[in-house]
Design a protein around this ligand. Structure first.
Ligand SMILES: *[C@@H]1O[C@H](CO)[C@@H](O)[C@H](O)[C@H]1NC(C)=O
Length: 204
């Protein structure tokens, strides 16, 4: 279990790094965040064969469809990153009070003293990344995250509760109407767009 978790994390950090050097020109990736990620990758090392094993932690197929769907999926991805990084922070060894007070030149008697220092660096780097992700989520994905939370609640409906069952049936006429009219609207909008395209092509 630990091993698997570790390998997933390595993949995620790898993906973060990949995103940082990836196609999207990097214009949205601040230099300092890139540096932080490169630093973290020194700690969460992954092999080339792991990077290119064709299995992404976050499938990119979902990022090809409609803009609204992409935003929703991305909201979920950001949520997952937040959870994952919080988990990674918890897994770091806690700094011992001794090495925290004695500074960089703690005694070099064993590898055990070097670890908390390295972990401290990793911790602050992870915290930096976490902050970036939370900022992005809060500023640009508020609506999506709200929907995702509502979806999570749907999963926990009390299926065995007879009152819930009755009320759900009671609400169904409105829901059914709404679901159909939504789908219908979307289809009509699509058809209208197609027609306009054809017309403008004929006019040209
Ligand atoms: C991020 O850092 C790496 C390593 O220094 C560099 O090769 C890459 O070009 C940087 N990416 C961006 C988007 O700045």
């Amino acid at each position: 279990m630990m091993m698997r978790m570790g390998s997933v994390m390595r993949k995620v950090v790898c993906l973060l790094a990949w995103l940082s050097v990836g196609q999207v020109s990097g214009s949205y990736l601040p230099q300092d965040m890139n540096r932080t990620l490169q630093d973290l990758l020194q700690h969460y090392k992954i092999s080339k064969s792991d990077i290119y094993d064709g299995k992404q932690v976050f499938p990119k197929e979902e990022l090809k469809g409609k803009m609204e769907s992409q935003m929703l999926f991305m909201g979920g991805v950001l949520e997952a990153y937040e959870k994952l990084i919080v988990h990674m922070l918890k897994e770091l060894p806690t700094p011992s009070p001794l090495s925290a007070t004695s500074g960089d030149k703690a005694d070099t008697s064993g590898p055990s003293t070097a670890k908390p220092l390295a972990a401290g660096n990793t911790r602050s780097n992870l915290n930096k990344v976490l902050e970036k992700i939370r900022d992005l989520k809060l500023h640009s994905y508020k609506e999506q995250v709200k929907i995702l939370h509502e979806l999570q609640k749907l999963k926990h409906i009390e299926m065995d509760n007879i009152k819930v069952q009755g009320k759900a049936l009671w609400e169904l006429p409105w829901i059914y109407e709404k679901a159909n009219s939504l789908a219908d609207n979307v289809m009509r909008r699509r058809r209208r767009r197609r027609q306009t395209r054809t017309k403008s092509r004929l006019g040209a």
